[in-house]
Each structure stands twice: as structure tokens, then as C-alpha cells.
Design a protein around this ligand. Structure first.
Ligand code: A3P
Length: 322
């Protein structure tokens, strides 16, 4: 952790440069540093320290958490549309999701914690706040704190082999020369941004089994199978269950439709522009294929078996399987 004797503003550069770094499969990819057992994009290490130390959840906050490429964009959209449905009916022509990318509708915690101004912005947001993070639960320990005092966390995980494929395609938009085998190896070794992925999943899984009222554990593949049922679950979890009138008037269906892959993918806000200056990947990269099982088109059976075994080995004791 951060040496306490260093003033925080001077500690950042020293702290980052003192942390172990990972070999990069590609020079253009973000540098990783090992902090508190997690491989973090170097760019976000000071934010992680600040988050860890200072993030004070409010009881009615909701945080959407995920490992990158596991369905963040979709769950951001669904949670936003569900929580904001009284102000913005999902079938309405003025819905923010029709003109903004889902990531623009929800503040990104580690993005805000990169600066005091961002922190102040978050503090000034009216309740209930909806936020998004890729940080492992260990970095936001007060979010789903035992004994109350925390907030609600919606976690989405995805079959790791499909996550690898999605990740490769995503980063290839910036680095066309990136080899699939290198991305695969980095995930298997754990040296991947916010990784190892199994620790990320385990942290949220354990909290969800211990405190199901605080952490909702969703799976991308199950969302694909029955999005409407998951939207109902999400609404109950955040304390905003659908009324009989809403059910009868098709509100659940409207939310599912608004946030569906085919709909979001074809909106101008998601077809043009880039994610952000730090990650100048075109926004359309967030909407590639949107299916389960695409790994069969990219991995050899040996690769698949190897990753399956690693993941099973790490998650088996917790009773979690993919
Ligand atoms: P693929 O690359 O397999 O298509 P994240 O949002 O965490 O970056 O995850 C991106 C993955 O979620 C991509 O997977 C993307 O296509 C998929 N995705 C994005 N929006 C979706 C939606 N509305 N419904 C289903 N999948 C979606």
C-alpha cells in the first residue's frame, strides 16, 4: 500500500514507478503495474489508491462493476434505463441512450478519481448515484461492506474464453498487429488489466453469496438467454420493482428493446466517435458481435482446455463454474 509518510500529491509518481510492471504483448498497449495483488493499467494506479482510501458510498448508490469485455456497456445501459425510467421512459423519443453512448450516461469511478475535480464532481451528484467501475471489489471495499453502510453493486461476469476473444478484437482496433496468442497468454498468466480475471470474479462472487442484498451477480450468457427476467431482477435489486401497471404496459420490454445489441449498435452515438482520449478506440468497437461461444472460432481445443482448467482450478473451491 502507499507509504503513509509521503504526501499524496508527490506520492503518485514515486508509488507508480516503485511497483512491479508487466511485460507488454504490444508496445502500444497500456502499461500494467502490480498494486495490492492486481495488475492495473498504470494510468489508473493513483486513482485506485484514491478510490481505496476515500470512496464513501451512499446507501442508495448503485455501482455497475465488471471485468472489461464482459458486458459492461449492456449492463450500464440496462441499469441506467431501469433506474431512470420515471424521468426517461424507455420508449420515449428523448431518451439519453438514443443520443449518448451508455458509458457517457454513467460516471466511471476510476476516471473521476484521477483528479480532485472528478472526485468533487462525483460528490456533487444527486442521489441515487449510478456509477461504473472495472476495479476489483478489494479496491472499493466500502461499496458492499458487511454490516450495512455500503451500497449496491451489480456485477456482470462472462465466460472467460469469450472475454479473451472480445478483448483481442477490441484492442486490435488500435493495434491491428496484436496477436491473439499474446492476449490469450496474458489472460492465462493473470497479467492483464484489472486481472487476474479469476480474482476479480471471486471477489464479487464471494460478496454476492455472503451479502446477496448488496451484490447482484449476473452472467452475460444468462442475460442473453432471458434479458427481461434479468431486468426485473435488476429492478427489484435496486429497490425499484416494476408495478403491475408497468408490467401491463410493456415497460420491461421497452427497456430490453432500447438496450438490445441490434438497437444500440445502430445508433449514431455508438457508430461514431471514440471512447476517450486515453483509449482512442472507435465507439463501435463496443458492439462487435454480442453472442456467447465465439471462442470456438478463435481458440484451438488445447487453448480452450488450458484456460478452462486454470479457471476451474481457481474458482472450483468457491462453487463457481462456467
Ligand atoms: P463481443 O466482442 O463478444 O461481441 P464491454 O461492454 O464490457 O466492453 O463488453 C463488450 C462485449 O459486450 C462485446 O462482446 C459486445 O459486443 C457486447 N455487447 C455490447 N453491448 C451489448 C448488448 N446491448 N447486448 C449484448 N451484448 C453486448
Amino acid at each position: 500500500s502507499v507509504p503513509e509518510h509521503l504526501p499524496e500529491e508527490h506520492a503518485d509518481a514515486d508509488l507508480v514507478s516503485a511497483l512491479p510492471s508487466a511485460p507488454r504483448p504490444n508496445k502500444g498497449l497500456l502499461n500494467l503495474r502490480f498494486y495490492e495483488g492486481i495488475w492495473l493499467p498504470e494510468y489508473f494506479v493513483p486513482a485506485a489508491v484514491a478510490l481505496h482510501r476515500r470512496f464513501e458510498p451512499r446507501r442508495d448508490d448503485v455501482i455497475v462493476a465488471s471485468f472489461p469485455k464482459c458486458g459492461t456497456t449492456w449492463v450500464n445501459a440496462l441499469t441506467f434505463a431501469t433506474m431512470a425510467r420515471h424521468a426517461y421512459p424507455a420508449a420515449g423519443a428523448g431518451h439519453p441512450l438514443l443520443r449518448l453512448n451508455p458509458h457517457q450516461c454513467i460516471p466511471f469511478l476510476e476516471g473521476l478519481f484521477r483528479s480532485p475535480r472528478g472526485e468533487a464532481k462525483l460528490e456533487a451528484l444527486p442521489s441515487p448515484r449510478l456509477m461504473n467501475t472495472h476495479m476489483p471489489l478489494a479496491m472499493v471495499p466500502r461499496a458492499a461492506a458487511p454490516g450495512g453502510g455500503g451500497c449496491k453493486v451489480v456485477y456482470v461476469c462472462r465466460e472467460p474464453k469469450d472475454m479473451v476473444v472480445s478483448r483481442w478484437h477490441f484492442h486490435r482496433r488500435l493495434h491491428p498487429e496484436l496477436a491473439f496468442a499474446d492476449v490469450f497468454e496474458s489472460v492465462c498468466s493473470g497479467t492483464v488489466g484489472y486481472g487476474p480475471v479469476w480474482d476479480h470474479i471471486l471477489g464479487y462472487w464471494s460478496a454476492s453469496t455472503a451479502r446477496p442484498d448488496s451484490v447482484l451477480f449476473l452472467r452475460y450468457e444468462e442475460l442473453l438467454r432471458d434479458p427481461a427476467e434479468h431486468v426485473r431482477k435488476l429492478a427489484r435489486f435496486v429497490g425499484l420493482p416494476f408495478s403491475g401497471i408497468e408490467e401491463d404496459s410493456g415497460v420491461v420490454h421497452d427497456i430490453v428493446k432500447l438496450c438490445s445489441f441490434g438497437h444500440l449498435k445502430n445508433l449514431e452515438a455508438n457508430k461514431t466517435g471514440h471512447l476517450n482520449p486515453a483509449l482512442p478506440i472507435p465507439r463501435d468497437a463496443l458492439f462487435r458481435k454480442g453472442v456467447a461461444g465465439d471462442w470456438v472460432n478463435h481458440m484451438t481445443p488445447d487453448m480452450a482446455r488450458r484456460l478452462d482448467e486454470i479457471v476451474a482450478d481457481k474458482l472450483h473451491a468457491a462453487g463457481l463454474t462456467f
